[in-house]
Design a protein around this ligand. Structure first.
Ligand code: BG6
Length: 511
């Protein structure tokens, strides 16, 4: 394993103000793939549009299909036009940006590609003054990560006269052992400090705002514990199905696709202790510590506290919607969870005994990701006989997407002579408060990797800690034959998920 000493990084500004981005080349493996077209190129184009990219900048796209540089540029132009959100297309910006796009066709399993890549990098470095800094981006099948890293290492491309970093997309393994194995393979070529495991949820503006909200304000933190919080609900609902990814999704499922990574990271952000500073490792240490405090469940606890679901066919808005088992390239007997709801407990002094309900699913009624923190009720109700909406507890809702913002629900007196109460809401909305566009998660994260800031990237110990929580659940679920489908497309998941909360006297919020 390579070890690197933490060095002074003149480009890293822990508070991430206007940073100077060093010259560099980004090498994208999987340049014709969906992620490159939908996310990476639109994000890079937007950075160019905002004048955030350095003058010495280039991208080398790598894929198997032979393409000329011009054809690749044309394809990327179409992708940028199709997938850029809230960004005007500017021909001059595009032309300058596109002049730095290059393409290399080859087989990532063969050594020849890496030799040619070495030559191309050298050529580009001198032509475009990219300073020898290289960021490798693996946007390929997870099974190819280790081979690609080894190819980079064998050709000596992991070292040079500038920095060398590697970004790896999820999934990071399919369980704890494979995640460790993957890290070991990557560490043969790159030290952990240069491995950037991307979890795009951490790059979302609203997830970052959780830290600002909690640690930038004095009034919330004293309430942020088991004495005042009754329970927490984290929901990531999607209305779409598996969108042509049926074959891949069938072997993954909602628990591994969303909870193991994105939602546990969100939960860690909501529940972690304040870090001593905003330096990458200070923040990541606290997140990791929280993940390690999540109580792993026994088999009996899993049966009670983890509910899988799978959507069945339905008719929505006059249209027939397929069930998961009818999706393309999905087995008609698939046991995949397209929905998962889990009750987690955190074993530390702040949160002991407080349920964190986490749910996610495909084909739910709408797309919404939110965190709802329910506070304890007032200790005494003096305004009525103890029933009705006069008794609803205070609720703090952090909306991650869409319509990003924060709402605090509390009771207010209704106008009129009687002392009648009604829940009302105090709302903060990103759109109306700032009136400016929030950067996409990929813009933030690419910029961070270029400047060497790993705060919003997951570290090996965090990945392993989340697998330690999720793996026992997966193991139990694999041994059971579920009676799927158990929720019709377009509904809020299986009844068993409601029963799981009802046992503790709680109910899912309808967002
Ligand atoms: C991805 C999952 O990581 O996140 C997808 O693989 C999911 O299945 C997506 O749809 C959700 O991301 P977002 O940003 O749209 O909430």
């Amino acid at each position: 394993m390579l070890v690197s000493m933490p060095a002074e990084n003149p480009f890293q500004d822990p508070l991430r103000f206007e940073r100077r981005v060093p010259e560099c080349t980004i090498v994208i493996f999987g340049a014709n793939g969906d992620l490159t077209k939908r996310k990476l190129m639109p994000a890079l184009y937007r950075l160019a549009y905002d004048r955030r990219l350095p003058s010495g900048f280039a991208v080398i796209g790598i894929s198997r299909t032979p393409l000329s540089d011009d054809r690749f540029r044309q394809n990327m132009l179409e992708a940028v036009k199709q997938f850029s959100e809230n960004t005007r297309f500017d021909e001059d910006v595009w032309n300058t940006f596109a002049a730095g796009l290059f393409y290399l066709a080859g087989d990532i399993g063969g050594p020849d590609l890496y030799q040619r890549l070495a030559a191309k990098l050298e050529e580009i470095e001198s032509a475009r003054k990219t300073g020898g800094n290289v960021l490798f981006y693996l946007s390929i099948q997870p099974g190819q990560y280790a081979t690609t890293a080894a190819g980079i290492g064998a050709a000596g491309l992991n070292r040079g006269n500038g920095w060398r970093r590697i970004i790896v997309e999820k999934p990071f393994g399919h369980d704890g052992a494979s995640a460790r194995e993957l890290s070991d393979r990557l560490h043969e070529v790159f030290p952990e400090s240069e491995v950037y495991r991307i979890d795009h949820y951490l790059g979302k503006e609203t997830v970052q705002n959780i830290l600002a909200f909690r640690f930038g304000n004095g009034i919330f933190e004293p309430l942020w514990n088991r004495r005042y919080v009754n329970h927490v609900q984290i929901t990531a609902a999607e209305s779409i199905g598996v969108e042509g990814r049926g074959e891949f999704y069938q072997s993954v499922g909602a628990l591994a696709d969303m909870i193991q990574n994105h939602l546990l990271q969100v939960m860690a952000t909501i529940a972690m202790e304040p870090s001593a500073s905003f330096h990458a490792d200070a923040v990541r240490d606290e997140r990791a510590k929280l993940l390690r405090s999540i109580k792993p469940m026994t088999t009996d606890e899993i049966r009670l506290n983890a509910v899988p679901g799978q959507y069945g066919p339905a008719r929505i808005g006059g249209q027939d919607v397929k069930g998961f088992r009818q999706e393309d390239r999905v087995s008609p007997a698939a046991q995949t969870d397209t929905y998962a709801a889990i009750t987690f407990f955190i074993e530390n002094w702040r949160w002991a005994g407080i349920p964190f309900y986490v749910r996610t699913g495909k084909r739910l009624p709408k797309r919404i990701t939110e965190i709802a923190i329910q506070f304890n009720r007032a200790p005494l109700t003096i305004f009525n006989d103890g029933g009705g909406e006069e008794c609803v507890p205070n609720l703090l809702i952090v909306r991650i997407q869409p319509d990003e913002g924060i709402s605090l629900k509390f009771l207010s007196k209704r106008p009129g002579s009687g002392m009648k109460l009604r829940p009302v809401s105090m709302d903060f909305s990103y759109g109306s408060s700032f009136g400016e566009r929030s950067p996409s998660a990929y813009e933030t994260l690419l910029l961070d990797a270029m400047t060497g800031d790993a705060t919003l990237y997951t570290r090996q110990d965090m990945v392993e800690a989340s697998w330690a929580v999720v793996e026992p659940i997966q193991k139990v679920w694999r041994e059971v034959k579920f009676d799927f489908p158990n929720y019709p497309a377009g509904t809020w998941g299986p009844p068993a998920a409601d029963a799981m909360l009802a046992r503790r006297g709680h109910a899912w919020r309808i967002p």
